[in-house]
Every structure is written in structure tokens, then in C-alpha cells.
Design a protein around this ligand. Structure first.
Ligand SMILES: Cc1ncc(COP(=O)(O)O)c(C=O)c1O
Length: 372
């Protein structure tokens, strides 16, 4: 069975983990510091990095550290993994959804501008599947309205926007190292930013609110949670980071092969290969209004051919929690359409060219047999 994704874990990761396990210090310590420095160097832009146990924790901590809470609104795309909206709810604020573009699956500055109210405090763009949001107009809009930009770059490690890495901009940018992501620490996340006082607060918030003076005396000056990354994970992250550009090159090769070999069909919408894309996922849409089949049937046919797919994602305003907050799925037609028609085809660095060809042939046969 060809899965839709699989992490590339080799000897070097296993040895790095083994060394930490044998060292006697397995939770946050020197490997976390080393990974923070290495990741900041990789991103460039003079930013610093603080590691977390997930991107969800990282996003939550940034919102909390930015004093965003009850009565505040945060603009998020209607199409993302639900963590993007859940973290806003977690700090007591309200996620305000905006619709996305059908092809890029990203929000636009125009959509954001139309959603700004007196309560808006932050914009949280998501770089969907590794494709960068058009950020320049978002930064201008944020500056004009005095808003914070918190980037959910969970899917965008290694993505470039206008020749700069996502994460190098200086405003808070959060990454995920979940096993499905372009590099993994099993579970893990990071914040990159250039604001020293925000970084200091993030350090406290990720570990019980504790701060220490020069003599090492402990004080607790504010609330903090338990969101730190262990050294075992950081050691793995250090090795994975060294492999990231190679992984992303291979992802792009495979994506291009898909784009060259997928059948042309009026019901099939393919993703676009744009500059700087890190190809976290290869997500297609199938217009089932034009096909005599359903997504479930296509999924079953692919499974019979030994091919696994993912569904990324149901549109967030359709979830019960967000319906209860007064959202209506029909107000987000593109996100709703993606939610119903999306399918994530296999894409991971250890895939072979023949695997791509096999998926393309299977898709051709399925679409050929589903004429209306
Ligand atoms: C867009 C987006 N945001 C946030 C997250 C949460 O990441 P984590 O699993 O590291 O908490 C994910 C994970 O899938 C994601 O895709």
C-alpha cells in the first residue's frame, strides 16, 4: 500500500535519538538549544526560534503572549486544519473566517480587508500545503490597521516567499514537526520571530511561567503551561533539518511529475507549481457534479489499487463548534467546495517516480470510467 505520506527516518535520526537516551538528560536541554539556533540560522532574517511540543502549543502561546483574548477577533482562513481556529477559541477570542482561493487554498488581502472590524486584533494566514500566502499586501493591511500577523506555517517549513524563507519576516511564524510534515520531531513545533520581549514571554509561557534571575533563583511572574520540546525530539529535528532542502527538492520533482503525467479532465483541478512552494501535500479537487462517481467510490478504487489518499480538510465553518458560534458554511463557497471535493494524493520524499506514474494511471482509469 502506498500511503499518502510517510516520514523519512534514517540511521542518523535513530543514532541521534539513541545518544540522547544514553546521555542521562532526555527532556529539554542542550539539543533544544542547538536546534533553536540551527533553525534560526536556516530561516535567516535575524530571527530567533523557540521550540514547543506542537504547532498548536506554539500558536496558542503566541496568541496568549500577544494578550489576545476575550472580545478580540482573529481572522483565519475557512480552509485549514482545525487547530488554526481552535487556538483562537482556546485563548477566549473569536476566529473570524474568510474564504480562500480555489487553486491556492490561501486567503487573500482583499478577503481579509472585508472582514476587519473594530475588534480585530490579528490576522492568521495559513500557507496551505506549503504554498506561500501572498504576504506583502497582508503586511500592508496589518500595518494600516495596527494588527498583528501571526503566520500558521505548520505546513510550510522550507517554503520561500519572494526569495525569503517563510519564518524570516520577524513577525511570529509557527511551524509544525508532526510526522506528516516536511520534517518531523515526532511531535513538535516552533515559533520564529524577532521581538525580544515576545520571545522572553514565550519562554515563560511554554514552561509554567517560570523565570530565573542571574543566580538561578526561580520566580513565577505569570501563567505558563507545559509546552516544551524534549531533547529526544530536538536531536531528531537537528538531523531532519539538515535533510530538509533535499526532501523539499524531491517533493518538487515528484509534484512536477504528477503535473506532467496526470490526465487532463474537465472535472480535475490540479495544484499549481509556484516559486518557493515546499510541496507539503499534493491536493487535487474533483468536481463530482461532472462525474458519475463519488469521492468515497474514488477513494475505494484507489485503495483497491494499493493507493492511500488523505482529505485535507473539511471547511472549518461547517464543524458543529463553529456553527454554534454562528458561522454558515454557505458563506465560504470555495472552502466548502474544497472540503467536499479535495483529495490528497501520495507525496513524500522516499516515493519513487514509478509510484507517481502508478497513481496517475489509476486516476486516468477512474476518470475515464466515470464519464457522465
Ligand atoms: C495548518 C495547520 N496548523 C496547525 C497544525 C497543528 O500542528 P501540530 O500537530 O504540530 O499541533 C497543523 C497540523 O496539521 C496544520 O496543518
Amino acid at each position: 500500500m502506498l500511503p499518502f505520506t510517510r516520514p523519512s527516518i534514517g540511521e542518523a535520526e535513530q543514532q541521534a535519538v539513541q545518544e540522547v537516551l544514553a546521555s542521562g538528560w532526555i527532556t529539554s536541554g542542550p539539543k533544544v538549544q542547538a536546534f533553536e539556533t540551527a533553525l534560526a540560522d536556516y530561516l535567516g532574517g535575524g530571527v530567533q526560534v523557540r521550540l514547543f511540543n506542537s504547532a498548536t502549543s506554539a500558536l496558542e502561546a503566541v496568541l496568549y503572549a500577544s494578550n489576545i483574548g476575550a472580545g478580540d477577533e482573529v481572522i483565519v482562513p475557512a480552509m485549514s486544519f482545525v487547530a488554526t481556529a481552535n487556538v483562537v477559541v482556546r485563548v477566549g477570542a473569536t476566529p473570524v473566517f474568510v474564504d480562500v482561493d480555489l487553486l491556492s487554498r490561501n486567503l487573500s488581502a482583499d478577503a481579509v480587508a472585508a472582514a476587519i472590524t473594530e475588534k480585530t486584533r490579528a490576522i492568521m494566514p495559513v500557507h496551505f500545503a506549503g504554498r506561500a500566502v501572498e504576504m506583502t499586501p497582508i503586511y500592508s493591511l496589518a500595518e494600516k490597521h495596527g494588527l498583528l500577523v501571526i503566520e500558521d506555517a505548520a505546513q510550510a517549513i522550507g517554503t520561500r516567499y519572494r526569495h525569503q524563507k517563510i519564518g524570516a519576516s520577524g513577525n511570529p511564524v509557527c511551524f509544525s514537526f508532526h510526522p506528516n510534515k516536511n520534517i518531523t520531531t515526532i511531535e513538535g513545533g516552533a515559533v520564529a520571530c524577532a521581538d525580544a520581549s515576545l520571545l522572553a514571554r514565550l519562554e515563560r509561557i511554554r514552561f509554567h511561567g517560570i523565570s530565573r534571575d542571574a543566580e538561578g533563583n526561580m520566580d513565577v511572574t505569570e501563567w505558563g503551561g507545559k509546552m516544551n520540546m524534549p531533547d529526544v525530539s530536538a536531536a531528531m529535528g537537528l538531523v531532519q533539518l539538515g535533510r530538509l532542502d533535499g526532501f523539499n527538492r524531491r517533493r518538487r520533482e515528484l509534484a512536477r511529475r504528477y503535473l506532467e503525467n496526470m490526465p487532463e479532465h474537465p472535472a480535475l483541478i490540479l495544484p499549481q507549481d509556484v516559486e518557493g512552494h515546499s510541496w507539503h501535500m499534493f491536493c487535487i479537487c474533483l468536481d463530482f457534479n461532472r462525474l458519475a462517481t463519488s469521492r468515497q467510490q474514488v477513494q475505494q478504487q484507489l485503495a483497491q489499487a494499493g493507493i492511500g489518499v488523505g482529505m485535507h480538510y473539511p471547511a472549518m465553518p461547517g464543524f458543529t463548534l463553529y456553527q454554534q458560534q454562528g458561522n454558515r458554511l454557505e458563506d465560504y463557497p470555495q472552502a466548502a467546495r474544497i472540503g467536499e471535493q479535495t483529495m490528497t494524493l501520495p507525496l513524500f520524499p522516499d516515493m519513487r517516480d514509478e509510484d507517481v506514474d502508478r497513481v496517475c494511471k489509476a486516476m486516468e482509469a477512474i476518470l475515464g470510467g466515470a464519464a457522465k
